[in-house]
Every structure is written in structure tokens, then in C-alpha cells.
Design a protein around this ligand. Sequence first.
Ligand SMILES: Cc1cc2nc3c(=O)[nH]c(=O)nc-3n(C[C@H](O)[C@H](O)[C@H](O)COP(=O)(O)OP(=O)(O)OC[C@H]3O[C@@H](n4cnc5c(N)ncnc54)[C@H](O)[C@@H]3O)c2cc1C
Ligand code: SF4
Length: 316
Amino acid sequence: MKAFSYERASTVEGAAKAAAQTPNAKFIAGGTNLLDLMKLEIETPSHLIDVNGLGLDTIEKTAEGGIRIGALVRNTDLAADNSVRRDYGLLSRALVAGASGQLRNRATTAGNLLQRTRCPYFYDSNQPCNKRQPGTGCSAIGGVTRQLGVVGVSDACIATHPSDMAVAMRALDAVIETIKPDGAKRAIPIADFHRLPGDTPHIETALDHGELITSVVLPAPIGGKHIYRKTRDRASYAFALVSVAAVIQADGRGKVAVGGVAPKPWRAEAAEDELRKGAHALASALLADARPTQQNDFKISLTERTLSAVLAEARG
Ligand SMILES: Cc1cc2nc3c(=O)[nH]c(=O)nc-3n(C[C@H](O)[C@H](O)[C@H](O)COP(=O)(O)OP(=O)(O)OC[C@H]3O[C@@H](n4cnc5c(N)ncnc54)[C@H](O)[C@@H]3O)c2cc1C
Ligand code: SF4
């Protein structure tokens, strides 16, 4: 691991300012992703700003009837919160489908959104990777691609975003609240938060350097049946091959996001018009622009089958 300096931030403004003062400073929350990447020298920040003391660890009601989730709320606490379990059941289910109990006890809301890809070549610093080292090439293209993306991918990168929580938040139209080093605040809809790779796969989100996530807001509950279904290689402690987060109303309409297939939680609102026609129509619309490889084209039919199971569960 490369040497780094460390400070504990005591205010959100101070944390954002401190990050802006060092070009490759990073915030650290639970550390469950960042520390692993630092040990492998895939991330080499020269300065760490510990945000655990900022008090962003509450879940509050908003004036609009939704909830505001502090950036530091641990995944375990968010999944167990009564209002989340009652009104946003798919979020609770997505969280408990991720990682392990020990990891969820440390992992935070902001850290989960910002966790990095699990593409095996990203973790192997002997292999070229445009995301790790811009301009070096993509070892996955032409390599082992079974786990990787089928839609939203580019000629520079076909990695997926690994979060379960973010897929549920995409279906729930979450909004990410931030503060910049100059004190300006932003509210970023989750649809615009994660970027597609294009020619710059190393730029993964809409955040500027030093911009701190303070909270995530969920709109007022919309009722319906909340389902999160994760298809993976083993029953627990594995990332999704395909996951589906859905809120389905009694009339068959709903909101659906898919994980494991794209560089960001994948949702196409227009595709939801196909929901009442069934899983085949919905999957075809959602994955209309898919560019699978020979090794991962099974994710197309797996998406349809996972959607089919979700719709059957919604019908009871
Ligand atoms: C073995 C293993 C299995 C896992 N399985 C799953 C799984 O099945 N599903 C799943 O979804 N996840 C899984 N995870 C990932 C886990 O959920 C993430 O590591 C965790 O959510 C990251 O949160 P953290 O608080 O530890 O982030 P950290 O590691 O502290 O930080 C991650 C990133 O977020 C940035 N950051 C943190 N807080 C802020 C903030 N407030 N504002 C701006 N930037 C910030 C950091 O600078 C860093 O870049 C797994 C992890 C491991 C190690
Ligand atoms: S898919 Fe993306 S993360 Fe994986 S090797 Fe290619 S550029 Fe790197």
C-alpha cells in the first residue's frame, strides 16, 4: 500500500474543502471497498478524509412525505429501518441481498453508490484496463466476459456496476444530495448520477472532485408490490449476474430497474409501457440496444426469466 496522510473531518463543509486542497484526496466511509483497492494499489490516494464523524447517520422524514437517508447510514441499519421495510421494501431486500452481515454493518449508503466495478481485469494490475489506467486498452474485450455488461457498454469498457442497493434506488427515483468545496449544494437524480463509460470509463459519476455526498432522498411512498430478485452463481455472498428491482401496481403498471447488466443501474422508463405485455416484451424493450459477447449473451434470456419470476410474484 502506498503511504498516505489521514484526517478526521468534523463538518461537511470542512470535509469538502479539505478534499479540494489535495488533487488525489479521497473520502473514506466504511472502507470496505476503498481499502481493498488501496491494498492492491489500484487506488492510490495521497490523503484520506475520514467522514465517519460527520453525523450523517440518520433517516428522517422529508416535508414531501419521503425519507432522507444520511450518507453514513450503514447498509444494515437502512435495511432494518421500519419505514424502509414498510414503504420501500425492495430497498430493504436489495440491501440484504448484498455482501455479508459483517460488510453491511460497515458499508455506508454513499460508499455503496460509489463502489467500483468487479471486472476481474480492473483488479489485475498486470492487465491493461481503461478504467484503471486511461488509454491502456480493455483486457475484457476479447477476454473472459461472462460476468460483464451487455448494455450501455462501449468499445472502451464493458464493466458492470456491482451495487444491489443502487438498483433499488433507481427504481425508486432516488435523488443524491451533495455539497461542493465552495459550499454549493446539488440534488442529482440517480438517473444522472452514474455515467456510461463512452471513451472515458474512469469517470464514473457526475460528482466533481471534492464533492461530498450528504444524503439520498426517496420520494413519498408509491405503494404497490415491492420485489428485489437477484440471480447469482451461488445463493449468498456473490454479486448479481442479473438482478431486478420492481414496484408493481395492482393495475400491472410499475417501475423496473435491472442490475448486473450495465455500467449503471439500468432502467428505461419508456420500456415500462411494455410491462403489462409480459416479461418478453419488457426485456426486449429494456435491452433493445444490448451488445452481448458470446460468453455473456445468456444474460439477455436470464433478464427475461428473472423479470418473468418477478411478474409472477407480483401477481401472487
Ligand atoms: C467480499 C465483498 C462482497 C460484496 N458483495 C456485495 C454485493 O453482493 N452487493 C453489493 O451491492 N455490494 C457488495 N459489496 C460491496 C459493498 O457493498 C461496498 O464495499 C460498500 O457498500 C462500500 O461502502 P463503504 O462505506 O465501505 O465505502 P468506502 O470503501 O469507504 O468508499 C467507497 C467509495 O466511496 C467514496 N465515498 C464514501 N463516502 C462518500 C461520501 N459521503 N461522499 C463522497 N464519496 C464518498 C470513497 O471515497 C470511495 O471512493 C461487497 C464487498 C465485498 C468486500
Ligand atoms: S471492462 Fe472496463 S474495467 Fe474491465 S478491463 Fe475493460 S476497461 Fe477495465
